[in-house]
Design a protein around this ligand. Structure first.
Ligand SMILES: Cc1cc2nc3c(=O)[nH]c(=O)nc-3n(C[C@H](O)[C@H](O)[C@H](O)COP(=O)(O)OP(=O)(O)OC[C@H]3O[C@@H](n4cnc5c(N)ncnc54)[C@H](O)[C@@H]3O)c2cc1C
Length: 494
């Protein structure tokens, strides 16, 4: 029978976690996904016998930390094998390769050694981060008395929610050079530190440095598959190749979905794990409140996309001298300039992230098959929509990247077996996210925390989850959104 407690549109991490959590709480759920694989960005693909993780580079706190708790909430903690990374990341900075320590004491020592004139300010920064962390744990506590007691001391946390990353670091009198070095991971969150909300820099920072940085054995697809199995083993369903074309309303409430093939499925609640633009635009075309919401979300700032070159090598990366797990190739130390050159498509002038999958998970590919990726920020407008021009540009950018890699690692080009470029157009094609955005709305102060899109929608019994909604993008943000909303829906349906 096509009747469920909850229907979820889109099998991205937000949608899957919402369905898995509801299944764990005893609700019958069905997920409908356009693509042939579940996971959204959290998927994999194969070329010439090489397996490529589409997106995962690292997450914090996969064991006892905040991510580990989410896995338990979804009943998938026993299925996930966490692989602890040696370092949150490494960086090539002013001609040197520096491994960033996970341990806070070691990290402080490294920073003091590099910036000896700023030791007192560095101590103040780390004391500030400790206060921020205490406030954040109280704020996110599920125990109400702990939350109340902690909130009284959460002044730093609340102040930082109103700051950019740059403001939060430089308030301690630290130099611009220090701030650029300390915030070098900003590109993973889509905006330079002068625009990125401090929340989106420091929450993952705490995960990496206080709870450890991890990769998942088997990659992002292992996580998505575990969520699918959790849904199915609780009696739920995940329908692939099933694009939703309409949200069905009955007496003003969401009551089901229609697929583009015409089939109708009914439920007591509908959750949309796709962009709010498509939810309010295409799926609720003639609804007056949806039209108003569509206008509002269209005015908001969409986040950046990424370009990623997936490379399969005929040797292990270490044979070419590539030993780091995640390396930021810092070519342009000024983050604003870096952002501007990337947004204008001058890719060789900016910074790249270089990820060595063999070092993170030797089981993802057979021994002797190297897999690395090169990633940088990008925007859809840099890529022509006409097919011949698009293909020609892809080829040219691929060659530019390979030339730079050949300079850095002589002999690199002769080892390349697969070179597949994923552009913002690829990201858009596979997820239908406007602009190929990978973190939903831009993670600015005005679009963060309580200002970010809420899960409760303009339509009764319709919820929104995923990177576009609270708390934000990334694996942890998207999963958190799904779990938080599942708990609210369960309380309503009870
Ligand atoms: C190259 C890359 C690297 C990244 N690295 C990291 C990282 O290291 N760490 C990290 O935390 N994050 C990383 N991210 C970001 C992270 O992957 C995303 O923020 C997160 O996975 C988004 O999840 P989501 O729930 O919003 O859904 P999405 O992944 O956007 O998925 C939405 C799903 O909905 C489906 N859909 C759309 N329309 C319909 C419809 N009408 N009917 C049915 N289905 C539909 C789509 O097919 C898709 O499967 C990376 C992203 C990319 C692209």
């Amino acid at each position: 029978m096509n009747q469920y407690d909850v229907i979820v549109i889109g099998a991205g991490l937000g949608g899957l976690s919402c369905a898995a959590r509801l299944s764990a709480l005893g609700y019958r759920t069905a997920v409908f996904e356009s693509h042939t694989l579940a996971g959204g960005f959290a998927t994999e693909f194969t070329r010439k016998g090489y397996t490529f993780d589409v997106s995962l580079h690292g997450v914090g706190g996969l064991e006892e930390g905040s991510f580990g708790r989410m896995l338990k909430d979804c009943h998938v903690d026993q299925q996930i094998v966490p692989l602890r990374k040696k370092h949150p990341y490494s960086i090539r900075w002013e001609g040197q390769t520096i491994d960033i320590p996970s341990d806070v004491r070691e990290y402080t020592q490294l920073l003091k050694g590099m910036f000896p004139a700023e030791t007192a300010a560095i101590d103040k920064l780390f004391a500030g981060i400790r206060r921020f962390e205490a406030g954040f744990s109280a704020f996110s506590s599920r125990t109400s008395w702990r939350k109340m007691a902690g909130l009284l001391k959460a002044g730093t946390f609340f102040r930082w929610t109103q700051m950019t990353t740059w403001e939060a670091v430089s308030q301690f009198g630290l130099s611009d050079r220090f701030t650029e070095f300390f915030t070098a991971l900003w590109a993973y969150y889509g905006l330079p530190p002068k625009r990125l909300a401090a929340l989106y820099f420091f929450i993952p920072w705490m995960g990496y440095h206080l709870e450890g940085t991890y990769y998942i054995q088997g990659g992002a697809q292992a996580l998505s598959n575990a969520l699918v199995e959790a849904i199915q083993s609780a009696g739920g369903e995940v329908h692939l190749r099933s694009q939703v074309s309409e949200i069905i309303l009955e007496r003003g409430k969401a009551a089901g979905v229609r697929l583009n093939k015409g089939d109708v499925y009914k439920a007591n609640w509908v959750v949309s794990g796709i962009s709010p633009h498509h939810t309010y635009g295409r799926l609720l075309e003639n609804h007056h409140a949806a039209r108003r919401e569509l206008e509002a979300v269209t005015k908001m700032e969409t986040g950046t996309s990424l370009t990623q070159l997936y490379l399969g090598l005929s040797c292990e990366p270490r044979e070419l001298g590539i030993t780091e797990e995640d390396l930021i190739l810092c070519n342009e130390p000024d983050s604003e300039t870096d952002y501007e050159v990337m947004m204008s498509g001058q890719y060789t002038k900016g910074n790249w992230m270089f990820t060595n999958y063999n070092a993170m998970d030797p089981t993802l590919n057979e021994a002797g098959k190297g897999v690395i990726t090169v990633t940088f920020l990008d925007r859809l407008e840099n890529w022509p929509s006409a097919r011949p021009e698009y293909k020609a540009k892809k080829e040219a950018v691929k060659q530019q990247i390979l030339e730079r890699l050949e300079q850095l690692y002589p002999g690199f080009s002769s080892k390349v077996v697969v070179a597949e470029l994923g552009t913002p157009r690829t990201m858009q094609r596979y997820t239908a996210n406007p602009g190929g955005a990978v973190y939903g709305f831009a993670q600015t102060v005005r679009q963060s925390g309580i200002h970010r899109l809420k899960h409760k929608s303009a339509v009764n019994r319709l919820s929104l989850v995923g990177a576009w909604t609270q708390p934000g993008g990334g694996f942890q943000g998207a999963m958190n959104s799904g779990i938080m909303e599942a708990d609210r829906i369960a309380a309503k349906l009870r």
